[in-house]
Write a protein that binds this ligand. Sequence first.
Ligand code: FAD
Ligand code: FES
Ligand code: FES
Length: 489
Amino acid sequence: MAQRTHIRFILDGEVVNVHDIAPTVTLLEYLREKLGRTGTKEGCAEGDCGACTVVIGEPAAGKISYRAINSCIRFLPTLDGKEIVTVENLKAADGGLHPVQQAMVDHHASQCGFCTPGFVMSLFGLYLNETAPQREDVVRALSGNLCRCTGYRPIIDAGCRMNDYAHPASWSRTYARDTKRYEALQAIAATDTVSLGGGAGYCAPVSIDELARLCADNPQALLLAGGTDVGLWVTKQLRDLPMLIYTGNVAELKSVREGGNAIEIGAAVSLTDAYAAIVARYPMLAELAERFGSPPVRNSGTLGGNVANGSPIGDSMPFMLALGVTVKLRRAGGEREMPLEDFYLGYQKKALQPGEFVEAVRIPLSPAGRRFASYKISKRFDQDISALCGAYAFDLDNGRIAKVRIAYGGMAAVPKRALQTEAALTGQPWSRAAMEAALPALALDYAPLSDMRASAGYRMQVAQNLLLRFFAEHSGKPVPTRVTELEEH
Ligand SMILES: Cc1cc2nc3c(=O)[nH]c(=O)nc-3n(C[C@H](O)[C@H](O)[C@H](O)COP(=O)(O)OP(=O)(O)OC[C@H]3O[C@@H](n4cnc5c(N)ncnc54)[C@H](O)[C@@H]3O)c2cc1C
Ligand code: FES
Ligand code: FES
């Protein structure tokens, strides 16, 4: 197997080869400290503030996909084969500002300016992808950017008007389809395994067999996908990591397939692409998808990482448990598939054998008539970790509950089904009285903890309320359950 001992990416239109780099150096550190490109800022170093936003390009279906990411938690070696665009790139050769920057100036969208490059890069990502963004698109694109002094209204105004300006001398939207750029990226695409010697070592295989072999040979190694969990172990917990095996170049893990009445999502598919496929089939999950981190977090992070990390407050697991999702596991010489609920053995304990990894999740499509939803409860609407998250899937037969699956995150040490509540509901009429009668069973299913996000009592009360909300929203008569809907009434 061909091996490469350096990484290469495109910056300022040139191929940059980097040798001798520690595997956990972040893109932000490299830009600021090695290259002196200090336009990209460090605020939180944990993906929360957006000051470090840059845009990454990679070939996808005949064009270049440009997406915003947080450079503070993304390890530099994972940029191999990609194009990096920083705020310094936006200015034209004659010094003219890019429309995004000019709109920010014209709408007085900056005061101290610390957050501004991050906002500009998030808007620039939107500019490249949307010809006529609506206000909601702008608000969504900026949900991972914090500003402490200007206030958001002028910044949002700038985003809404950035398309009013003439096409820029550099970085017009057509760049995504520029053949020369596309070919340049294809020429450096990772087709061979990258193996770096710094730190405890880093390998980025390109096939699933090679990944399985590397995992078998190095059972102490840590798999790295988008790094939106792992990155923080370095930037916040200052941990020394073991050898890293990066999954992001493994072609077999990057596909989304639909067939056999299920959607199969490879473990290295980004949350952005995974949720796009899921929401196409389950439109009721659109809000959950939008409230998962922020666009830069979803552009780097993967569904496989969310499942494998198995945080008790991870947002994808409750709905997947309610839908009966299975996880495909792989290791050298074998594969197996298990229901997601069997994958979680205890707090941070998963049913993975040494050298085994998550290959994909299979999400079954629902039978017609199923009533299904998932609700996330957190202190902020955007970019916040859940206090709890509930999911409900009910199949009715002649007005009775024939089958029901309910799951919560934030209520136990693992994301977990409410088996006692399900039993209390099965066979009952689809009625408010049946829901109310089943509420006490939630206390048999869960003994939630109190922590900084919520008290145990709050969690239990809200878990019960969410079941009633689900009934209210699915009982035929539309009931407004959101503040915005109430305002409209
Ligand atoms: C600012 C911010 C906001 C966030 N918001 C949310 C949120 O709203 N909801 C939420 O649920 N999470 C949230 N997260 C957490 C994180 O984004 C998710 O858990 C994400 O899905 C992790 O995916 P990743 O690809 O980045 O995983 P990584 O960080 O690369 O890996 C996570 C874990 O999974 C393991 N792993 C990765 N791939 C595999 C594989 N194929 N097989 C076996 N093990 C594997 C790794 O070894 C590691 O233990 C947030 C994180 C940040 C930084
Ligand atoms: S520095 Fe705050 S998101 Fe990166
Ligand atoms: S302009 Fe000061 S933080 Fe946004």
